[in-house]
Design a protein around this ligand. Structure first.
Ligand code: NAP
Length: 285
């Protein structure tokens, strides 16, 4: 392999350690960071995500409040709880674990969260703030990608580079494109209707794949020396976890690449923790 491996686990651990130190300093000023996590139902993957978020809070020194509600919880009951947490001055961040059961309107729930406590960065006010370059919370996965590029490839200057993002979802592709614009990259967003994806990708200095399909990005899509970030989480034919990028082949061509697992994945929680810290700072300003 010729590409440098961008180690998301190590960078995530570094960010959490920095937050741990800053949190201890806040505690000395009498400020404790508090994250409230709401889980509705018993989806096993969601239970793992919530457990990991609680563990990260514990490690850094945040207070975490946990609300585990039955799957048949009504939308009104959930909205009531969100309102109660919005009103509590000791709660800095509110996270409602997605997906929610089908009878609950996710949009309604996201819109009910106080934007100043929306540490997932999904509320339209925070999305709008990102669009116009104002202060707000940024969706955690794309924010994590920026940290991977800055800390994982420190000599690589994003400014002026051609960046192709594959995927245009509200939680990854779209905010990713705005963050890369903010970093002064020249941004192209590709999607399922893009004609000749290979040619579009081939001009990129930075490829960010957020599709959700194994091996959709092959060696034929990648220019020699490009930096490749793989957001995808898929299972290959053997049931093993893999990304959107044909790692074996692309790592021979790229100058730096993220693995799956161990690349973007660990960054999402680190950036969530960072948003919680920022929320507490803003509440105590
Ligand atoms: P999504 O909402 O399903 O969006 C997928 C995007 O890929 C869509 O914009 C779609 O285009 C595009 N697409 C689909 N097939 C394509 C193709 N053949 N060529 C080009 N574009 C294509 O998915 P998401 O929520 O953004 O997530 C993407 C992947 O990232 C998933 O594997 C997910 O599990 C993973 N993920 C990882 C993390 C993490 O922490 N590491 C966090 C979030 C998501 P259209 O818009 O035209 O349909």
């Amino acid at each position: 392999m010729s590409a440098k491996l961008i180690d998301g686990k190590a960078i995530s651990a570094q960010i959490k350690d920095e937050l741990k130190e800053k949190t201890a300093a806040l505690k000395e000023k009498g400020i404790t960071v508090t994250l409230a996590v709401i889980l509705v139902g018993e989806d096993p993957a969601s239970q793992v995500y919530v457990r990991n978020k609680k563990k990260a809070c514990e490690y850094i020194g945040y207070n975490s409040l946990s609300y585990e509600l039955p799957a048949d919880t009504s939308e009104d009951k959930l909205l009531e709880l969100v309102q109660e947490l919005n009103d509590r001055s000791d709660v800095d961040g509110i996270l409602v674990q997605m997906p929610l059961p089908k009878h609950i309107d996710e949009k309604k729930v996201i819109n009910a969260i106080d934007p100043s406590k929306d540490v997932d960065g999904f509320h339209p006010v925070n999305v709008g703030a990102l669009v116009i370059g104002e202060e707000g919370f940024v969706s955690c996965t794309p924010a994590g990608v920026i940290q991977l590029l800055k800390r994982g490839v420190p000599d690589f200057d994003i400014s002026g580079k051609e960046c192709v993002i594959i995927g245009r979802s509200n939680i990854v592709g779209k905010p990713m494109s705005l963050l890369m614009l903010r970093e002064n990259a020249t941004v192209t967003v590709a999607h399922s209707r893009t004609k000749d994806l290979e040619a579009v990708c081939k001009r990129a200095d930075i490829i960010i794949a957020a599709v959700g399909k194994a091996k959709v990005i092959t060696a034929d899509h990648v220019k020699e020396g490009a930096v490749v970030i793989d957001v995808g989480i898929n299972r290959n034919v053997d049931g093993k976890l893999c990304g959107d990028v044909d790692f074996e082949a692309v790592s021979q061509i790229a100058s730096a690449i993220t693995p799956v697992p161990g690349g973007v994945g660990p960054m999402t929680i680190a950036m969530l923790m960072n948003n919680c810290y920022e929320a507490a700072l803003r509440h105590h300003r």
